[in-house]
Design a protein around this ligand. Sequence first.
Ligand SMILES: [Zn+2]
Length: 121
Amino acid sequence: MMNTELSGPYRLVYDEITFFVRTASKGVYMLGQQGQANRFLVSYVGAGFTDVRSELLDRIGTASMFKVQLTTSADAAFSKQCGLFHQFQPSGNFVHPERPRGSSVQCPYCALPKNAVVRRR
Ligand SMILES: [Zn+2]
């Protein structure tokens, strides 16, 4: 399985979110549950373009576990979120992620030639 570089999984509860994401920061996250053989079953991918911690706190109750990676910019969070979206096509993501407000960053996967688009595994 491809390494997503996100840390976790941690339980999607207040204490663990605030412990593992110490301050308001940009970042990307996945929600899901722990499956068999230590496999993380992804149900949703999201990003916080200003504050991934408050995004996660808002999602408490929607999944049991989360993984998270902090990023240095909103555009980096968006690009990473797009990669996870195309890789996992989670059941909780009905539409393609939206770019950060005011940004013109493109999804690096949708911008590829059609025959190079990352396909569902
Ligand atoms: Zn895309």
